[in-house]
Design a protein. Structure first.
Length: 319
């Protein structure tokens, strides 16, 4: 029996690989043109007297009501100029992310052929972690100063568990997170399961749009944290089931298992070993299981109710 089960799993793996190969081949054939504008260079290498020209070209970066001195002072600000210097050193050109953008846009075009390829503007957001990568219908904004590497001195004021997000490898996953916001149905209830599946959908979208990116980068973990989740998947699931957490609507559960934090809060000895957001990781595995066991398009799944996905996922944690 065990032998046949292993053969079935192996066959499923081969089928999945063939399907992915076809998607990759079709996506590669889609022509896209990546148009990148380096606003960071334009702004910090311009003279104050050239400000009016910049405002005409990039009006959305210059809200009405602010005097020109606000912007000319930024141009001359020593700390911001130092930050720009670090960005210029890390990203002297677009080679580090241009090809990745092209591959992402091709995959998006494959799944959403009606969408136009947006213009890309790279900029400095003064290390705004909430505005690292923004995807709209016509425009993509990339804050290059938030991708200098987790050990960069400019991030020393952030908690250690948040610094992983400053790795260059997070740029494309962050962009997909932003893109997904307009594509995933909002939870229809306040259960923990609904929140888990919501983020599981987002992470599955990263599987489809970023096939060459590691699982660790997709969920903003280290490799060690991914390994911890795999090794403890069964025990985590038992905890959720035994404590009847899946359909609980206590808002504190979000903070314990879904929201960003240094670790997840089981209130057990393992807490300090665990990464934060294990609820997202488990939701990801449920969605993956659902897609492996059901002939449904990604777009249809993204619109489905969390309970329907869970009930038909045949999810079983790996032991």
């Amino acid at each position: 029996m065990k032998k046949y089960l292993l053969l079935a799993v192996f066959a499923l793996g081969i089928t999945s690989c063939k399907k992915e190969d076809k998607v990759t081949e079709a996506a590669q054939a889609i022509p896209v043109k990546v148009n990148i504008e380096r606003f960071d260079k334009r702004f910090y290498e311009s003279k104050p007297e050239e400000l009016s020209q910049l405002k005409n070209e990039f009006p959305f970066f210059f809200p009405a009501g602010n005097p020109d001195t606000v912007w000319t002072n930024k141009m001359k600000n020593p700390l911001l100029r130092e930050l720009y210097g670090e960005v210029k050193k890390k990203y002297p050109n677009n080679a580090a992310f241009e090809d990745n953008l092209e591959q992402l846009f091709k995959r998006i075009k494959f799944y959403y052929p009606e969408l136009k390829t947006p213009k890309v503007i790279a900029l400095i957001s003064e290390v705004d972690k909430d505005a690292k990568a923004i995807y709209t219908d016509s425009l993509v904004l990339l804050s290059l100063d938030t991708y200098l590497g987790k050990d960069h001195r400019f991030y020393e004021g952030f908690p250690k568990y948040m610094r992983q997000g400053f790795e260059p490898s997070q740029m494309m996953p962050d962009l997909v997170s932003s893109f997904s916001q307009g594509k995933i149905a909002q939870p229809t209830d306040r259960t923990l399961l609904a929140q888990m599946i919501y983020f599981g959908k987002e992470l599955y979208m990263k599987d489809m749009l970023l096939p060459d990116v590691s699982d660790a980068a997709k969920i903003e973990y280290t490799d060690e944290q991914i390994q911890w989740c795999k090794e403890n998947e069964s025990e985590m699931w038992k905890y959720f089931i035994n404590n009847k957490l899946l359909y609980d609507t206590d808002v504190k559960l979000m903070q314990r298992f879904v929201a960003i934090g240094p670790y997840s809060k089981f209130y057990l000895e393992i807490d300090n070993e665990s990464p934060g957001r294990v609820g997202q990781w488990l939701g990801w595995q449920i969605v993956r299981s659902y897609m492996e066991n059901n002939d449904v398009s990604m777009q249809k799944m993204l619109a489905m109710d969390a309970k329907e996905i869970f009930d038909n996922s045949k999810y079983k944690p790996k032991k």
